[in-house]
Structure formats: structure tokens, C-alpha cells
Design a protein around this ligand. Structure first.
Ligand SMILES: [Zn+2]
Length: 105
């Protein structure tokens, strides 16, 4: 994935780390379930549920196809957006989550 110079690295880090991945998947209506203390999701790549979100890194991992997904990857894939469009959408989602007090600024 290529990054874009129009976004500050701190903002991209924020969008990757502070929007809970399971929240984002829920918003996109990606199938998720809580099992054995971990959020599992339908892998957008291979459609396996043999997955887990690491709450520490906010990364989704598929144990089947061995891919990792951050918030930007999921947004690009699920919404079929390019990197820049995905970041702009995540900005809006972040603002909405702050308004709903789901995340703090
Ligand atoms: Zn997979």
C-alpha cells in the first residue's frame, strides 16, 4: 500500500489506531462476532471466519490467508476506495465517533 504525502503521518497513525476496527466493520456491515474474548470477522480476502482483531495493535489478522488488515485496508477493500478516499472517509467516521463519545480526541 502506498501512502500519500498530503496526509500527516500522525493523522494516518491516529486513523489506523484510534478507530476501533470492530466498530468500523460493524459500520460497514461486515460480519463480526465475539468469540473467546476476540472479535472475529469475515475475511474480505478469503471469506474465512478464522480471524481475530488484536486489541493492542487494532489489526485484523486472517489465520487462513495470513493477511493483516488495518482500518485503511478494510475501508479501501470494503468501500472500494483508493487510499486518499479511504482516509477522507475515515476522517469523517472518526469525527462521528468523537461526537458520539465512542473515542476521545
Ligand atoms: Zn483470509
Amino acid at each position: 500500500m502506498k501512502s500519500d504525502h498530503r496526509f500527516a503521518p500522525e493523522e494516518l497513525r491516529f486513523l489506523r489506531n484510534q478507530i476501533p476496527l470492530h466498530h468500523l466493520m460493524q459500520a460497514f456491515k461486515i460480519l463480526i462476532k465475539l468469540s473467546e474474548g476476540y472479535w472475529r470477522f469475515l475475511c474480505p480476502e478469503c471469506k474465512s471466519m478464522n480471524t481475530a482483531i488484536n486489541p493492542r495493535t487494532n489489526l485484523g489478522r486472517c489465520f487462513c490467508c495470513k493477511k493483516n488488515f488495518n482500518t485503511i485496508d478494510i475501508t479501501m477493500r470494503d468501500r472500494r476506495l483508493c487510499f486518499v478516499q479511504a482516509v477522507l472517509l475515515l476522517r469523517e467516521i472518526r469525527e462521528a465517533l468523537i461526537r458520539q463519545q465512542i473515542i476521545v480526541k
